[in-house]
Design a protein around this ligand. Structure first.
Ligand SMILES: [Zn+2]
Length: 287
């Protein structure tokens, strides 16, 4: 039989998964609306012609309420249940029967899984809240980069600040001083690399450099090296596979596609590998 402690733990992880689903829904909203707001601001408050009806209506992260991504009709409250609504509607909007991207379902589901695993690993502590925040912010930045080739500083700077705040209370796995030093080294090294490579081919974008710096502040020197290694390996593997199996027959189109590949999602993958296997990989590399 299960002990009371085990039952409490199962309930706790289930609640975390549920909150993860809800937060995943909010992340979808931020990842969809923040770039629209940035683009509108850069265009002097006017929506560019290419924006859809729904995008034109967006005036804030939560204003107006949830809209159909296609026609801009308000979404009914009963259709806003994370994960379930998408499945019940079979990925189509109720108003105009248009396909709703599976990224909404994948993001909500992934957020739930991330929160559940984090709570399972850290227990019912502030650490759980802290690392859920870090992972969900990373996921949000990766999603925005994936769709808009943009890494908003309005998300990266608070994430870095939160890392420093957590480090000042000794909530990170390594000391804040060494993490800050790692952050400076990573930032200067990647800037220099960019400077050296800028004449040959485009290296990392400013957003990628800033995000790696923030990851160094959160994870420390050892783990950020694992992130760099696995993010680069994953990107390389993706490029090899996409050039081998891609349906892009036109070579110039393929080159354009490859040159503009967003790195954020690969950094996020590197972070996950580093958090789960970081210590064992680092020890294996040393021996
Ligand atoms: Zn619609």
């Amino acid at each position: 039989m299960f002990s009371l402690h085990q039952i409490h733990f199962v309930i706790l992880v289930t609640v975390s998964v549920y909150f993860g689903f809800v937060l995943g829904s909010f992340i979808c909203q931020v990842a969809y609306r923040l770039p629209i707001l940035i683009i509108k601001k850069n265009c002097g408050g006017i929506a560019p012609e290419w924006m859809t009806a729904s995008e034109r209506l967006v005036s804030g992260i939560d204003s107006p309420g949830c809209l159909c991504p296609n026609c801009g009709e308000p979404i009914l409250k009963r259709d806003l249940i994370p994960v379930l609504s998408w499945l019940m509607l079979r990925g189509k909007s109720r108003c105009c029967k248009t396909k709703i991207s599976s990224r909404y379902l994948i993001t909500e589901f992934s957020s739930g899984v991330l929160c559940g695993i984090t709570t399972y690993a850290t227990g019912a502590t502030w650490l759980s809240v802290l690392w859920c925040f870090f992972l969900l912010m990373m996921l949000c930045i990766a999603l925005i980069d994936c769709h808009y080739y943009l890494m908003p500083t309005v998300l990266i700077i608070p994430l870095g600040g939160a890392g420093i705040f957590a480090g000042s209370f000794n909530l990170l796995t390594t000391s804040l001083a060494t993490n800050l030093f790692a952050g400076v080294v990573v930032y200067v090294s990647l800037r220099l690399l960019n400077l050296l490579m800028s004449k040959q081919s485009p290296a990392l974008g400013d957003g990628d450099t800033n995000l790696f710096t923030v990851v160094a502040i959160w994870l420390g020197a050892h783990k950020v090296m694992i992130v760099l290694l696995f993010a680069s390996l994953a990107l390389l593997l993706f490029q090899v596979c996409s050039s081998k199996f891609s349906s892009y027959k036109n070579s110039s189109l393929r080159m354009a596609y490859r040159e503009s590949l967003p790195f954020g999602i690969f950094i996020f993958f590197g972070v996950l590998v580093s958090l789960v296997f970081g210590e064992s990989i680092f020890n294996a590399l040393l021996n």
